[in-house]
Design a protein around this ligand. Structure first.
Ligand SMILES: [Zn+2]
Length: 333
């Protein structure tokens, strides 16, 4: 795991493990030059109640991050410096990354413009990013880069990072949000990803991809006819419920779903009984579906445990009632 140590406590040389190739003992050291007593050269203000009054000669910068179906992007706005930046990140990055890159980009842009000897307030609505920067260490390269960009700017300016509530009518925050949303639609310059894709995004993508392929395989499958009546589509919630059942209940439910149970239709197929007909009504084949949905011979038991279900999936949504119904009949014992 990458671990960058932010300068806390001061005047201590801290070994920073990049962690990319730990076997080779790849590590980096940086020295903490700030005055004793200061953790970092910039301040972070996370307070919820903040004065909206800004001192004169203060440069106010607003940054924001956004994610949409088309991409991720950062927005930076600063009226005093006539600065408006829409910075696209790419499709698979996270809002956290976009928020962080917004602050980094703002700091780098101001350093490049040689902004010096100013009091600068950088406003962000991302508590997570500000808290990460306020922490004494980080495992995120992005936060580490952001910290370094802020340190460079803070060498010749008085910097405060300030939390502002997002989507709260603050004009600066609204403007940065608008630029960030615009950035999500812009084409990334150069090959993606320009910022490494976070593991959480990989996980989400992999999960969605797997679900899609699984659904397609299931929809196109020609076998498992019985099970398909019970599970016309993938149902993760029901699967989780089934997996929590004890072995004996699960055996019964699987028998009901697949039709491979001790009911007459299945027993006649495997040659154990002569007739597939239902023992209660003697009219239709004795299948789980017939007994639970149609059979006129067990109407009373069905009403008590299941009500009047219309479909197999509806019965399965009431697992307790379904097991109670079969216990009452005693046909699966
Ligand atoms: Zn029947």
């Amino acid at each position: 795991m990458n671990k960058h140590q932010l300068p806390d406590p001061p005047e201590r040389r801290v070994r920073i493990h990049l962690g990319i190739v730990p076997k080779h003992n790849l590590s980096r050291t940086f020295s903490q030059d700030s005055s004793p007593g200061l953790d970092r050269q910039y301040k972070i203000n996370l307070e919820k109640e903040q004065s909206s009054k800004t001192e004169q000669n203060t440069i106010e910068v607003y940054t924001d991050g956004s994610k949409s179906k088309t991409g991720t992007g950062s927005g930076i706005v600063c009226p005093e410096l006539n600065m408006r930046i829409s910075y696209p990140l790419g499709k698979n990055n996270s809002v956290f990354q976009a928020e962080c890159v917004g602050i980094t980009t703002a700091a780098i842009a101001m350093t490049n413009r040689k902004v010096m000897n100013n009091k600068i307030i950088i406003n962000s609505d991302s508590q997570t990013v500000l808290r990460s920067l306020a922490s004494s260490s980080t495992t995120s390269n992005l936060i580490y880069d952001c910290h370094n960009a802020l340190e460079t700017l803070a060498a010749s300016n008085d910097i405060t990072l300030r939390w502002v509530k997002g989507h709260d009518g603050n004009p600066g925050n609204e403007a940065a949000d608008s630029l960030a949303r615009q950035a999500t639609t812009l084409k990334v310059v150069g090959p993606e990803p320009i910022v490494p894709i976070p593991f959480s995004e990989y996980k989400t993508w992999l999960h969605e991809q797997t679900q899609r392929e699984h659904s397609q395989l299931w929809a196109n499958a020609k076998d498992c006819k019985q099970t398909k009546i019970a599970f016309p589509n993938l149902n993760q919630q029901l699967t989780n419920k089934l997996l929590r059942l004890d072995r004996s209940k699960l055996r019964k439910v699987v028998g009901i779903i697949t039709g491979h149970s001790s009911l007459n239709r299945h027993l006649s197929i495997i040659g154990v009984t002569d007739s597939p007909l239902c023992r209660a009504c003697m009219e239709k084949n004795e299948t789980p579906r017939h007994v639970m949905l149609e059979c006129t011979g067990v109407t009373e038991q069905r009403e008590i445990s299941l009500g009047s279900p219309a479909t197999f999936p509806e019965v399965l949504s009431n697992l307790g009632g379904m097991l109670g119904f079969w216990n009452e009949l005693g046909w699966l014992e």
